[in-house]
Each structure stands twice: as structure tokens, then as C-alpha cells.
Design a protein around this ligand. Structure first.
Ligand SMILES: C[S@@+](CC[C@H](N)C(=O)[O-])C[C@H]1O[C@@H](n2cnc3c(N)ncnc32)[C@H](O)[C@@H]1O
Length: 249
């Protein structure tokens, strides 16, 4: 079995993943030596699930897409961790019927709340799946970065719509159903009984830089992303917000 908690040794860290892995790593270190039960809601092809399984944890991925789950299953087999990864097709809205209540140590819900029909029942269900003291890693699309991004691209009408729409969308052609700021995302998790412990920005700068800079100086960019991730106002301009929360013990 891989050393429990040694997840980052198997990954190439990028601005999309480095800050999240740093937060998860701290939780895995806190529980070093334990084989955790992990639930990845909308876990897709297993970008987080497989490394967690490689680190020795048992991971259940619930995802609506059979194609994503097939890719996950292949990836887990190639990594030699098929026995620790369970792929379950299902709807995040119906988690309660798929996962035993209070049975999970760590829940991941990354880039899902912005696409589901309604985020509240998803968060309530994942909070209910956690054991008391268990943790939730939630990644959501951020509104401010989307407003700036549209404006910089000359889409001023879309930027204005995004800034004022109650759900942070740009209207009918938007691919996402909602976007968050730190306050709104915190309120969502708090209403489900979770205590938010940390908020980080993910991709504070990465999406704003010319490709030549991002590709030419990857280590410097990663370092800067790490340095800015927890600090408002930079945090709040990131493309995504990562919230780390806990079900009170
Ligand atoms: C943007 S991908 C994110 C994948 C992964 N969490 C990650 O961060 O790389 C969104 C995933 O959520 C899944 N998904 C979308 N709506 C869902 C729902 N209602 N229930 C379960 N999974 C859903 C999609 O199939 C897809 O795999």
C-alpha cells in the first residue's frame, strides 16, 4: 500500500490543483495512519479520487456520467488501486439513497454545485454523509473572475449581467447555472451545518496571464498562486473558490 497521506508525490501540481492538494494534504496529515473513507461527489474521471486511493484511502465516486465513470475505472485499474475505488452512477441530488449517513471521513465536491439543478440538497446530503468531525472539500466557480474575464474579452453586456444576476450567470448561453462569492458559498455550507475553516482562491492569476508567461514560468506562477490563495482581495478574484469545512464533532 502507498504511504497513507502521500498524495502529492504522485501528482503533477498545477494552478488548478496545487492549493486544493495543500489543503487536503493538511487534513490527511492530521489523520496520518488512518485509512479514510472518502466520497467524491461528481468526481468525474478520478483526478482526485485515484491519487487518494493511491495514498491508501477507500474512495467512492458518485457521478452522473457513465463515460466519466468508465474512464475512472480504467484509470484506477492502471494505477493498481481498482480495489479501493468504487464507481457509482447516480445523481448528486439523490446522494442520501446512495451513501450511508454519517459514514464518510472526507467528502469532495469539486466543480459540481455550479451545474446541478439545486445546490442546497446536494450540500445537505453530503453534510449528512459525513461522520461528526469529518471534512468537506468544496470547489465552486467564482463570480468576480467571470465578470472581469468577460469584460477583458470585450463582452461588456455579459459582464454586466454576471455582476447583477442573482445567481451570477450571464444569461441563456452561460454554461454554468450559478457562481459564488466567498460569502454566498460560506452561507450555503453553514446552512447545511458545516463549519467553514478555510477559504482559498484557485487560479488567482493563471487565467489572466498570457500563455507565454504561464507556460514559460510555471514554477514561479505556482509559487505566486500559493502565496496569494488565502489573501483577500487576491483570493476573491480567483476563478474558483475552495472551501474546506467540517461537520462539528
Ligand atoms: C466539471 S466536472 C468536475 C469533475 C471533478 N469533480 C473535477 O473536479 O475534476 C463535473 C462532474 O460532475 C458530474 N455531474 C454533473 N451533474 C451531476 C449530478 N447532478 N450528479 C452527479 N454528478 C454530476 C459530471 O458528470 C462531471 O463528471
Amino acid at each position: 500500500m502507498a504511504r497513507l497521506g502521500g498524495v502529492e508525490q504522485t501528482r503533477t501540481l498545477t494552478p488548478r490543483t496545487a492549493v486544493i492538494w495543500a489543503v487536503l494534504r493538511a487534513e490527511l496529515d492530521r489523520r496520518a495512519g488512518e485509512r479514510l473513507s472518502v466520497l467524491d461527489v461528481g468526481g468525474g474521471t478520478g483526478g482526485f479520487a485515484v491519487p487518494l486511493a493511491e495514498a491508501g484511502h477507500r474512495v467512492t465516486v458518485v457521478d452522473a456520467s457513465p463515460d466519466a465513470l468508465a474512464a475512472l475505472t480504467r484509470r484506477a485499474a492502471e494505477a493498481g488501486v481498482a480495489d479501493r475505488v468504487r464507481a457509482t452512477q447516480g445523481d448528486a441530488d439523490a446522494l442520501t439513497g446512495l451513501v450511508e449517513p454519517a459514514s464518510v471521513d472526507l467528502v469532495l465536491c469539486h466543480s459540481v454545485l455550479e451545474v446541478v439543478d439545486a445546490p442546497e440538497p446536494v450540500i445537505t446530503a453530503l453534510a449528512g454523509a459525513l461522520r461528526p468531525g469529518g471534512a468537506a472539500s468544496v470547489l465552486v466557480a467564482a463570480r468576480a473572475a467571470a465578470v472581469l474575464g468577460r469584460a477583458i474579452n470585450g463582452q461588456l453586456d455579459a459582464a454586466a449581467a454576471l455582476a447583477t444576476d442573482p445567481h451570477g450567470t450571464a444569461g441563456g448561453r452561460d454554461t454554468l447555472r450559478r457562481r459564488y462569492d466567498a460569502e454566498g458559498a460560506t452561507a450555503l455550507l453553514t446552512a447545511a451545518g458545516l463549519a467553514v475553516e478555510e477559504i482559498h482562491g484557485v487560479r488567482v492569476l493563471a487565467d489572466l496571464l498570457p500563455a507565454a508567461v504561464a507556460d514559460g514560468q510555471p514554477a514561479a506562477l505556482l509559487e505566486l498562486e500559493r502565496a496569494l490563495a488565502a489573501k483577500p482581495p487576491y483570493r476573491d478574484l480567483a476563478a474558483q473558490l475552495h472551501l474546506f469545512a467540517r461537520r462539528p464533532a
